[in-house]
Design a protein around this ligand. Sequence first.
Ligand code: RM4
Ligand code: MN
Ligand code: MN
Length: 430
Amino acid sequence: MSKVVSPTLNATAETEVVRAHERDLAALGERLERRGVAIEHEIEALRGFAVAVPSWALGTGGTRFGRFPGPGEPRSLLEKLEDAAVVHRLTGAAPRVSLHIPWDVPDDPEAIRQAAAELGIGFDAVNSNTFQDQPGQAFSYKLGSFSHTDPAVRRQAVEHNLFAIEIGKQLGSNAITIWLADGSNYPGQMSLRKSFDRVLACLQDVYAALPNGWRLFTEHKPYEPALYATVVQDWGSSYLLASALGDQAQCLVDLGHHLPNTNVELVVARLLGVGKLGGFHFNDSKYGDDDLTAGSIKPYGLFLIFHELVQAERDRLPRFAPAYMIDQSHNIKDPLESLLQTVDQLQLAYAKARLVDQVALEEFQESGDPLMAERTLKEAYETDVRPLVAEARRRNGGALDPVITFRNSGYRERKAAERSRASYVPPRSL
Ligand code: RM4
Ligand code: MN
Ligand code: MN
């Protein structure tokens, strides 16, 4: 993997940066050694961390009020892959792309697979979409897809998912994520009970077509676009579906898909305990499904989630193989920079969670010492692990500081010149 070398930093300045990093790393190594932690071991573990980049997060997102696209945004799937490869090159931790079908249906899957391989990346879970109508589609999803009362609409939605699996098979994916917008805006509009049964029946049809070695992830969300009752609105509903389907089905936790103040790490612990934690859509939020940069609002919460994951890994919980994916909407930040920042935040949270003294924590839990138990977590959380993460990144061929290296590389400016604004969509009022 080639490092994107900054053309604006001169060689002396670069050497200084590397020297400073090495000194910081040595200091951290010494500190950790006093705590009985071998930094080499931690660096190697971190090098194995990987998260998938969503194809829909490479362009500027928007709200229902507007969208403000930036220069040099990708206009095609191939250009999105090109950008995703930059995230991987600079972080050494984003080797796969999660495709949204039909937003990013490849015309020629084999050619796209090859192009991705040449760029050094592959494909993660495919995401189906029955929350919008597509041009030429026979039936509308206005009143639902899998939960619709009309069997023809449900069939169409199932077929779409089978198509997404087909695409995924050709690209080398091994999972499908199903998020349904199905629900109702008003009491009385939909049978709360029967709509759920219909969703399960459709999922069973999709599950029956799941290739060997594939997983199906059910993703819940409390509200939006259905504003009164969403069919798969919470982790309990998601769990009911995944457990009715079978071992290849697991639940996906999107960090923004919880009502305010929900204890997300507790949700994660529950799903882990029953072998149904399939993976994540990482992002952060203040109020709702805000799709902000991971770790930007509740970094301690993110750490506590990783703490559950680290424990699950150590305890060798059955069926523990979480798929890490990002699901963000970059409305005002440069999408690539925000993704670089996200990967860094996830690595930091993981690195800190690994530093929790599990033995001490358990002792404090057993002896009933809440203060010392909490302090044990804080001891890890408050450790500045940035040199550790930077070193893991460097050894994976990435940059010590991906955002700065990206800015200095001139990539965005080059792409802005290369990629015309053909994809620009003029603003429309509500
Ligand atoms: C939903 C959900 C899905 C994502 C869509 C775009 O809120 O998070 O995972 O695919 O948004
Ligand atoms: Mn999501
Ligand atoms: Mn969402």
